[in-house]
Design a protein around this ligand. Sequence first.
Ligand SMILES: NC(=O)c1ccc[n+]([C@@H]2O[C@H](COP(=O)([O-])OP(=O)(O)OC[C@H]3O[C@@H](n4cnc5c(N)ncnc54)[C@H](O)[C@@H]3O)[C@@H](O)[C@H]2O)c1
Length: 356
Amino acid sequence: MTSTLSTATTPEESERATVPQFAVIPGAQVQHVLQGREKEMVELVAATYQLHAAGDSVNPPSYFLRFPDRPSSRIIALPASLGGPNGVDGLKWVSSFPENVASGIPRASAVLILNDHDTGYPFACLEASIISATRTAALAALATDQLIRGRPRPTRIGFLGVGLIARYVHTFLAGSGWSFDEIGVYDLSTDSAAGFQGYLEQFDNAGQVNVHDSAEKLIRSSDLVVFATVAAQPHISDLSWFEHNPLVLHISLRDLAPEILLASTNVVDDVDHCLKANTSPHLTEQITGNRDFLLGTLDDVMARRVTVPADRPLIFSPFGLGVLDLAVGKYVYDKVASSGRLQVINDFFHELRRYG
Ligand SMILES: NC(=O)c1ccc[n+]([C@@H]2O[C@H](COP(=O)([O-])OP(=O)(O)OC[C@H]3O[C@@H](n4cnc5c(N)ncnc54)[C@H](O)[C@@H]3O)[C@@H](O)[C@H]2O)c1
């Protein structure tokens, strides 16, 4: 339940007049709630994703705001409504400005607005770059667990593009029980590669860290490949780099040329969402004129409606669903509210009497 502000003056009014109080949850509070809860977040994301796949959600297409004067940047709106016991409505509004990184600030920034089920009033605004990275990494860890069935357990992971998302994916894999003998790193930026290597050194059992000088070497030496670049169009098209049939988490969505997808098994989070916005699966659909290259969704794999062949590369392309942000955001809200530390903005909603 959200905390409410009553404007009622009579007993009858107090039955119905409940405008939620509006709270702001800064990043420090979000991080405090989520830190160390990797396993719980993987379970929450799995349950939410399955609710969505079962139809208990409204998750319209994401809306991309782009700018003619800043072509590499975008702001995406992800409105969504989640059913189930922790149902909530809301919107993530997430910016991607890749040039930020050169200035020393993160590429992505975001807020998440939660709306009250009964009145529609927004009742919270949360810092959401952490929430977004959390739901992305939790789904990546869930997908790894599910997709690896029937394949040898990967002992060599390779990260291609090592910014914040790569860090979160590693944290969530490690936090949900994965460990690797070798961790490969490749990034166009030597600073990023060095930064990620420094992060890995904090782990006693991180495994042997190898920084590669080419994408080819990284892919050839990894059973599990994580793409987390900011590539706007495919830059990898040599199928022979994948001849050892790795599992590929294609989180950045636009790195792989259609010929790689056509020679692989393809799993997505949501077909209609993922075949949009010039993702590699979308380009593949445009070239072939059909969706036959898709095996199915992660939910199909989880429910065992499809069998994943082990004799081809396996590519998981998750578009990212607003319902997952909502679920993680609502979890954070509930924890902060029950701790008594909710920072309420008094009188945020002010014009509450219809005729003054
Ligand atoms: N699918 C999802 O649900 C989802 C969710 C969140 C983020 N993402 C995507 O994850 C990606 C990474 O996000 P981030 O916040 O870590 O970005 P970031 O800017 O922090 O890091 C990206 C890194 O990729 C490197 N890079 C760029 N092009 C490269 C290339 N061709 N080869 C190797 N390295 C390259 C950059 O140098 C940088 O270090 C973005 O594309 C973002 O859109 C996807």
